[in-house]
Design a protein around this ligand. Structure first.
Ligand SMILES: NC(=O)C1=CN([C@@H]2O[C@H](COP(=O)(O)OP(=O)(O)OC[C@H]3O[C@@H](n4cnc5c(N)ncnc54)[C@H](OP(=O)(O)O)[C@@H]3O)[C@@H](O)[C@H]2O)C=CC1
Ligand SMILES: O=C(CO)COP(=O)(O)O
Length: 333
């Protein structure tokens, strides 16, 4: 049975996921703050600004810039806003979202200054009980999914029945959703892999090859697993689609904004220059410092995030960033 689903944020992933939801038989309303994007989706079934590769979105997608109208009677509300702006954007929806609706986050980031995950930010801002919050994360490069290439993802909710409702709502012939109750694990995977992708991109941009990339990915995985476990996640989550799976996709593709941002740094661009040429939000950039802070808070070493933070804040070159990953002492892997 098709549901009424609203997507807040018509960026690349919000729009591509809206298409998945429409393909799965749901009625989809996109909310965007820019009138040009609303009009383009509503009148032309296009999002020429954020997802130009899709020439025609499904007829079951419409758009509005009116918040109350967007979420009225929604069964599911999907949030796909740049993580650092989630709080400020969502506060405007407080009290508007129907009492029964499940709220789903697609976002992959940790909030700067509070060091909070998106499940914490969304629930706090909307005053939402845990059983009505779900997160979706996995190897989901938006352009490939918009092209309907086969892919899979994971839906996490403390209430497995609600995770299943969301998974069913986004299942199509080409998009497969698995479920879990490990919300913290899923959030940590999605956010922290972006820091690793920045570092791998930087190494690639600097001209380093497979050994270097494999070293960063493996050490990155160990770091995000340790931090995730300390935050309360199930370590097994890090070895599934949302962990290793997303690391492989994000660290291996120029379609990733984080990888590309890092690659531009590795080629010698400054953070300002890399930001200017970035095609959408590179969540790893603000998340890196939040990961270092979270590591300090939880007493977990985060050498990769720390060195990446030096690259972003102090402009250290890639060779120095990588040299700083390891001490002189020989340790057990
Ligand atoms: N692209 C991908 O492949 C994937 C992305 N994700 C995650 O999904 C999230 C969204 O990514 P994506 O859609 O690709 O990013 P984009 O950069 O394409 O879009 C970001 C969206 O956030 C909106 N936004 C930013 N600031 C505000 C604000 N103050 N108020 C309201 N809306 C705001 C933007 O609106 P505006 O256009 O007005 O600026 C835009 O709709 C990120 O956390 C990302 O990590 C997860 C999986 C895959
Ligand atoms: O999360 C993603 C793929 O799963 C998208 O990565 P980027 O945000 O780096 O583009």
């Amino acid at each position: 049975m098709g549901r009424k689903i609203t997507v807040l944020g018509a960026g690349a992933w919000g729009t591509a996921f809206g298409q998945v939801l429409a393909d799965a038989g749901n009625d989809v309303t996109m909310w965007a703050r820019e009138p040009e994007i609303v009009e383009d989706i509503r009148d032309n079934r296009r999002n020429g600004v954020r997802l130009p590769s899709v020439k025609k979105l499904p007829d079951a997608i419409t758009a509005t810039g009116n918040r109350a109208e967007a979420v009225k009677d929604a069964d599911i509300v999907v949030v796909a806003i740049a993580a650092q702006f989630a709080r400020v954007a969502l506060v405007e929806f407080r009290g508007l979202i129907p009492e029964h609706a499940i709220v789903v986050s697609l976002m992959k980031g940790i909030e700067r200054n509070t060091n909070k995950r998106m499940d914490e930010v969304v629930r706090e801002t909307l005053d939402l009980p845990a059983d009505r919050f779900a997160a979706i994360s996995g190897p989901n490069l938006s352009k490939e999914i918009a092209d309907r290439h086969p892919a899979a993802t994971v839906v996490a909710c403390e209430n497995i029945d609600n995770a299943t409702i969301v998974a069913e709502a986004c299942t199509t012939k080409y998009f497969k959703a698995f479920v879990t109750t490990d919300v913290i694990g899923l959030e940590m995977c999605g956010s922290l892999k972006n820091v690793t992708a920045l570092a791998v991109g930087m190494a690639r941009g600097a001209g380093y090859g497979e050994n270097t990339a494999a070293m960063i990915e493996t050490r990155g995985l160990a770091e995000l697993t340790a931090l995730g476990a300390a935050a309360g996640a199930d370590p097994k989550t890090f070895f599934g689609l949302a962990g290793v799976g997303d690391l492989i996709a994000t660290c291996g593709s120029p379609l990733s904004r984080n990888y590309t941002f890092g690659s531009n740094l590795g080629k010698g661009l400054s953070v300002e220059e890399a930001t200017k040429v970035s095609n959408g939000v590179a969540e790893g950039v603000p998340t890196t410092d939040a990961v270092v802070a979270l590591g300090n808070q939880l007493d977990v070493p985060t050498p990769l995030a720390y060195q990446m933070s030096r690259a972003l804040n102090e402009g250290i070159p890639c060779a120095e960033m990588l040299a700083g990953l390891f001490g002189r002492e020989i340790t057990v892997e």
